[in-house]
Write a protein that binds this ligand. Structure first.
Ligand SMILES: Cc1ncc(COP(=O)(O)O)c(C=O)c1O
Length: 470
């Protein structure tokens, strides 16, 4: 990396060749806000449907869609058009004033939850997922008077300072001092690699029993048995773990968890930032598990990734203006008209679509194609998913030992853009997650076609073969 750039940043960027842009990036961009997974980050110039394009026009099939923020496809005409229209009518407004779309959007979300959970509540907006999670932490503290939280190992709730305390990775806290309110992290039911070495069909939810045992005696550190007061205010969950590797828990797990939480007056906060808005084939992922959360946090795909609008829904007793008064939180851009307008259109689009049928069908087709591939390559240890949240876990030849190198190599090959499914030069955009960074977390567009799924599988196999030869 050059510390002194020889490039003049005042040059128009389209006159610069990629080498020069990368040199400028290494000099002027902080790397703190990106991951820099690949040695040579790819520069994209255009997007459409399920594809990203580079300057040469090479198409890259995107199977991650901005970490599931672009569920409805790049350049979705309907959503882009409402945003353009809003830009020409009321593009900005301080949130102390009102605009129609904000009210309609909040009402739609509340009515949806009244139907799903038989609970009245309210919606509160913010910007970016992490800020909305912070707001939910305020709601928990305000209601319970407690600031200690249970969360899952492998859980990801964002990276602002407060939220880093409940995101499992120590890596995100390491440099930033002592986190006195660091969550108590509980093993997630990751059945392919059971944290207790049990077998899924015979375990009888052993992991849940281990959690329940924490409340047996004061000496397990969470409860005062004399007055039955628990030190923890809430349990933050992702119903399907996202960054942790698109992990789908056993069907009965969350109902059992909720029962234990209710017994000890611990709130259930459901982080739907990545899985919400039909990624799993239902509006909220938690709806697969017959459980009513106390708080839901959402973001990402609410605006199809066009605007960082995020928000929180909470039960009335947690969020009514009597207990959570005006000004309890505030951000300049929180309920910005561009975001709320697109959000409202996303909800209308969902109402008019048949995602409940289409997404599980597409997901099943994708899984069946990947399982066929798994039979050919022992390095594909696990293929699973819910709706169109799919996982491919890469392993050594034994089908179990995590293989991060192979995973990185496949991702890198995909990004080179030199694959050739159907005789056409193209690339593949994959995201890597999982506890051992050996899982491809696939989140294709909801409009992905059968043909694109076939191309995706073909590209993946081609990249895998190339990586195995390395
Ligand atoms: C489940 C979950 N919660 C919270 C966040 C944080 O959202 P943001 O990156 O918008 O702050 C993410 C982001 O990936 C997420 O997947």
């Amino acid at each position: 990396m050059n510390s002194k750039s020889t490039i003049n940043p005042n040059d128009a960027s389209d006159l610069l060749i990629e080498e020069e842009l990368l040199e400028m990036e290494s000099r002027y961009c902080s790397w703190g806000d990106t991951v820099h997974y690949s040695a040579r980050p790819r520069i994209f110039t255009r997007a459409e449907g399920s594809y990203l394009f580079d300057k040469e026009g090479t198409p890259f099939l995107d199977l991650q869609m901005l970490y599931s923020a672009v569920n409805f496809g790049y350049k979705n005409k309907r959503l882009n058009n409402v945003m353009k229209k809003q830009l020409d009518t009321l593009p900005q407004l301080a949130c102390q004033y009102l605009h129609e779309e904000k009210i309609h959007l909040a009402a739609k979300l509340c009515r949806k939850n009244e139907l799903a959970f038989e609970e009245e509540g309210r919606v509160h907006f913010n910007v970016g997922g992490s800020s909305a999670v912070e707001d939910s932490l305020k709601l928990v503290r305000n209601h319970t008077g407690k600031n200690l939280i249970f969360a899952f190992m492998g859980g990801y709730h964002g990276r602002t300072l407060a939220v880093s305390a409940i995101t499992s990775s120590y890596r995100y806290r390491e440099r930033y001092g002592h986190f006195g309110d660091r969550a108590f992290f509980i093993p997630f039911p990751y059945c392919f690699r059971c944290p207790y070495d049990k077998k899924k069909d015979f375990c009888n939810l052993f992991c849940l029993k281990q959690f329940e045992r924490l409340f047996e005696t004061e000496y397990y550190s969470v409860i005062n048995k004399k007055n039955n007061s628990c030190e923890f205010g809430a349990f933050f969950i992702e119903a399907v773990q996202g960054t942790g590797g698109y992990l789908v828990p056993p069907q009965e797990y969350f109902a059992g968890l909720k029962e234990i939480l209710e017994r000890h007056k611990i709130l259930l906060v459901d982080d739907e930032i990545q899985m919400g808005f039909y990624r799993t084939g239902k509006f909220w992922a938690i709806e697969h598990f017959n459980v009513a959360p106390d708080i839901i946090v959402f973001g990402k795909s609410l605006t199809n990734g066009l605007n960082p609008l995020s928000g929180v829904w909470a039960k009335e007793q947690l969020i009514s203006p009597h207990v959570f008064p005006p000004g309890s939180t505030h951000a300049t851009f929180s309920s910005n008209p561009l975001g709320t307008t697109v959000g409202l259109e996303v909800l209308k689009l969902i109402e008019e679509s048949n995602f409940a049928k289409e997404i599980p069908e597409k997901g099943q087709y994708f899984i069946s194609r990947l399982r066929a591939l798994q039979k050919k390559y022992p390095q594909i240890g696990d293929v699973d998913g819910l709706g169109l949240a799919l996982r491919i876990e890469m392993c050594q030849k034994d089908g179990y030992t995590p293989n991060k190198e192979l995973t990185d190599s496949i991702a890198e090959i995909g990004l080179c853009g030199n694959l050739s499914a159907g005789g056409k030069k193209q690339g593949l955009v994959l995201d890597v997650g999982g506890y051992y960074k050996n899982v491809f977390t696939l989140a294709p567009s909801f409009y992905v076609t059968k043909k694109e799924i076939d191309i995706g599988v073909e590209l993946f196999e081609e990249a895998l073969i190339k990586a195995l030869k390395k």
